[in-house]
Design a protein around this ligand. Structure first.
Ligand SMILES: [Zn+2]
Length: 191
């Protein structure tokens, strides 16, 4: 049974963008399936006064992570393009902290905490527990979870609300092990 969110909780919705879903530039298998799950969590957060954080991968056209710049990824989530937009079925809350990351062309940044001031904002909101879902499990979600733990938050990963890229087939499982060993709780059930 999932505990009810409360005002000392934050829900972090990581990079639920068209390019990471079916038909996108860097699609994650079953990426679309996180949307309905996360919508229920967003509704719950709105109802209970929990803090909501919505992140986007938001790159300049010459970002260092792109293959034509020597990076590992195809061009994806270029700022302002349809591929960088939130999935059209994702619930967009009125009250949320919106965060666009990895905007510096020369620097990759997977975590929502990396250089964004997010930890400080959550502390100001008196957040103690953080619930994380989104795309992709083995990259931006993992990095966000590990940083949240390092910042001292109690962290719960919502497993039905995330999917791995799985460049190597075991990447998703390895990411879960890593998060769990670092102290995250893996929530295998979800409303
Ligand atoms: Zn990216």
């Amino acid at each position: 049974m999932i505990e009810q969110l409360a005002s000392a909780d934050a829900l972090l919705v990581v990079d639920v963008q068209n390019d990471f879903c079916r038909g996108g530039a860097l699609p994650v298998a079953e990426g679309d399936q996180v949307v309905a799950v996360l919508n229920r969590w967003i509704e719950q957060a709105e109802r209970t006064g929990a803090t909501i954080v919505m992140t986007r991968d938001w790159h300049p056209p010459n970002h260092c992570s792109f293959t034509d710049q020597g990076g590992p990824w195809p061009v994806h989530c270029v700022a302002g393009t349809p591929g960088a937009a939130y999935h059209s079925d994702l619930r967009i809350p009125q009250r949320a902290i919106y965060m666009d990351k990895a905007r510096d062309p020369d620097r990759e940044s997977y975590s929502g905490f990396d250089g964004t001031g997010l930890a400080q904002r959550l502390r100001l909101a008196e957040v103690e527990r953080v619930w994380v879902g989104g795309l992709a499990l083995d990259y931006c979600v993992k990095a966000t979870v590990l940083d949240a733990l390092a910042e001292g938050f109690e962290v719960h990963l919502i497993l039905p609300a995330t999917r791995p890229v799985n460049i190597h087939p075991e990447d998703g499982h390895k990411a879960l092990d890593e998060m769990q060993q670092a102290g995250a709780t893996i929530e295998r059930n979800s409303p």
